[in-house]
Design a protein around this ligand. Sequence first.
Ligand SMILES: Cc1cc2nc3c(=O)[nH]c(=O)nc-3n(C[C@H](O)[C@H](O)[C@H](O)COP(=O)(O)OP(=O)(O)OC[C@H]3O[C@@H](n4cnc5c(N)ncnc54)[C@H](O)[C@@H]3O)c2cc1C
Length: 204
Amino acid sequence: MIGAGIVGAAIARSLGRAGHEVIVLDRGPTAGGTSASGEGNLLVSDKGPGAELELMQRSLKLWRELDGQLRDELPAGFPSLELDHKGGLVVATTDPGAMALREFAALQRTSGVVAQEVGEQQVHELEPDLTRDYTAAVFYPGDAQVQPVVATESLLASARRRGVQVRQGVEVTGPIMTAGRLAGVQTSGGPVHGDAVVLAAGPW
Ligand SMILES: Cc1cc2nc3c(=O)[nH]c(=O)nc-3n(C[C@H](O)[C@H](O)[C@H](O)COP(=O)(O)OP(=O)(O)OC[C@H]3O[C@@H](n4cnc5c(N)ncnc54)[C@H](O)[C@@H]3O)c2cc1C
């Protein structure tokens, strides 16, 4: 596995749970790439009907399941994912913006998204510092957030419990080819052989 970001961590955990022998290599620290910069938002509020919304709806169910699994698996007090079902508030500040927001929310409802137009009192309970000059506000109780570094570390902790090895500070520098097939990778710490190489190096 090349990369110990959230993607590499999730795949390593799944492979470890399936009984595979896995070595995760990262040139830096774990969760030190893009996964250290993301906000961890899991949003339905910004997605209209279609594949991306369906993926997010499925993803939210999986995050919830994963949270339960990690709480059972990891030692008491381990932060798991910091999964927070806080919901999301979307506001418009012009009349055309309000019309567009209401139309978008109505469209989202046809795909099962809960989108509640909320009045002044509830808006300011949800977000006390919000400007008074808004023209419409829609609350999406389905929006959630994880802490991406914590989530990555929890996935890796779970993977380690299944025997997955995690090596930090090891840069992958090239392939090892045997009879025209990929048989491992060259690294700054020497060759690492394997039946398969998973490239989870993010945007790098
Ligand atoms: C500002 C910002 C906000 C974001 N907000 C959100 C959000 O709200 N919600 C959301 O879902 N997503 C968000 N994202 C996107 C999300 O953070 C990324 O999609 C995700 O972190 C990618 O994870 P990854 O594991 O693919 O990559 P990375 O976390 O980058 O992991 C790849 C790892 O591979 C390692 N690597 C690379 N090359 C090598 C090599 N040659 N040898 C060894 N190791 C190597 C790197 O060191 C790195 O640790 C945001 C991103 C940014 C930048």
